[in-house]
Design a protein around this ligand. Structure first.
Ligand code: IPM
Ligand code: MN
Length: 370
């Protein structure tokens, strides 16, 4: 019997609802296997601001650090929306990424065959899309200093963000992307703006050098703006794309939209830290955000959170069989037409958040008992 320790941070809006369904799936695995999951819940984001006056408590960071993995929902909402406030919900996720040093953010965008109607693209263009984005997550424009917004002595408002990277920061991310490409269709693009940005020239140089060690992976550099366009015209041309923090933020929202629904896209943030099981001490979150307009209505799509759990099982707990079982159960639920409103067609019967979670949890338990 192996016991795993997971920090569960639901956050705000639909975060706790969808993470609750992922936990349900975890409990189903427990019931059908020898594995035991010890879960520690805590509040983060707006909920933590309300309760403690800070988005991310030191205790929460310590909890995350001693866990084997962190399952995260989403943070933010209209109540805490002032971008000038000193305390903001986003500080929770940014702080955890920095504290765990999860430098590589994996965001798979896969078109589910049964959901092609959801894509804004024509079926013949989008069918078969399966792209894995690797977004650098702990440096670049998000974190580099100076970063400030001030009024100078002539009274003029000024603001500055800094985009800075070091060779080691780029190299560790690019290396992980090459490794992942090796396990897929062996194609890697680095997306940059080397025609304008010095940091992009560094990215291109480092990626080109590392490419020499991965002769079996077809490597190509592409300008980020061109990639944004090609993703719409020929998304199936891409396998793995590695890019910096800000470009990755933008491109992965585009990719999620073209693959149909933000409600389906999981993510895994991995770094240099390992847990006692030899897996990554990773941070797993759906990329959809808090969706305050539908929070508490029982209609949020739990699939992105459940897919994030599948990545957690695989990358942090090294439970390949269980991770695979979750992914197959999700595919089956979609094939069988079990749809929350975001993935339903006009006239389709829709299912609630908990009904989708129940069906997936039962299917996982069935498969594991076989
Ligand atoms: C994401 C989100 C975050 C980001 C926000 C909430 C800070 O948009 O995970 O993509 O910009 O990284
Ligand atoms: Mn984003």
């Amino acid at each position: 019997m192996t016991s795993f320790h997971i920090a569960v941070l639901g956050g705000d809006g639909i975060g706790p609802e969808v993470v609750g369904e992922a936990v349900k799936v975890l409990r189903a695995i427990e019931g059908a296997s020898e594995h035991r999951f010890e879960l520690s819940e805590d509040v983060v984001g707006g909920a933590a601001i309300d309760a403690y006056g800070t988005a991310l408590r030191k205790e929460t960071v310590a909890l995350a650090r001693r866990s084997d993995a962190v399952l995260f929902g989403a943070v933010g909402g209209p109540k805490w929306d002032d971008p000038k406030a000193a305390v903001r919900p986003e500080q929770a996720i940014l702080g955890l990424r920095a504290a765990l040093e999860t430098f590589a953010n994996l965001r798979p965008a896969r078109m589910q065959p049964a959901l092609v109607h959801l894509s804004p693209l024509k079926p013949e263009i989008v069918q078969g899309t399966d792209v894995l984005f690797i977004r650098e997550l702990v440096a670049g424009t998000y974190f580099a200093k100076p970063k400030k917004y001030w009024q100078d002595d002539k009274g003029v408002w000024r603001a500055v963000d800094t985009t800075a990277y070091t060779e080691p920061q780029v190299e560790r991310t690019v290396r992980m992307a090459f490794e992942l490409a090796r396990g897929r269709r062996k194609k890697l693009h680095v997306a940059d703006k080397q025609n304008v940005m010095a940091t992009s020239r560094l990215w291109r140089d480092v990626a080109s050098r590392v490419a020499g060690e991965f002769a079996d992976v077809e490597f190509q550099a592409i300008l980020t703006d061109a990639l944004a366009m090609h993703l719409l015209y020929r998304p199936t041309a891409f396998d793995v794309v590695v890019t910096d923090n800000l470009f990755g933020d933008l491109l992965t929202d585009e990719a999620a939209a073209l693959a149909g629904s933000m409600g389906l896209m999981p993510s895994a943030s991995l770094g240099a830290k390992r847990n006692k099981h030899g897996g990554y001490l990773g941070l797993y979150e759906p990329i959809h955000g808090t969706a305050p307009d539908i929070a508490g209505k029982g209609i949020a799509n739990p699939i992105a959170a459940i897919q994030s759990l599948a990545l957690l099982l695989r990358y942090s707990l090294r439970l390949e069989r269980e991770g695979g079982a979750v992914e197959r159960a999700v595919d089956d639920a979609i094939e069988l037409g079990l749809r929350t409103p975001d993935t339903a067609r006009a006239g389709d019967k829709t299912a609630s958040t908990t009904a989708v979670g129940d069906a997936i949890a039962e299917a996982v338990a069935r498969e594991l008992r076989r």
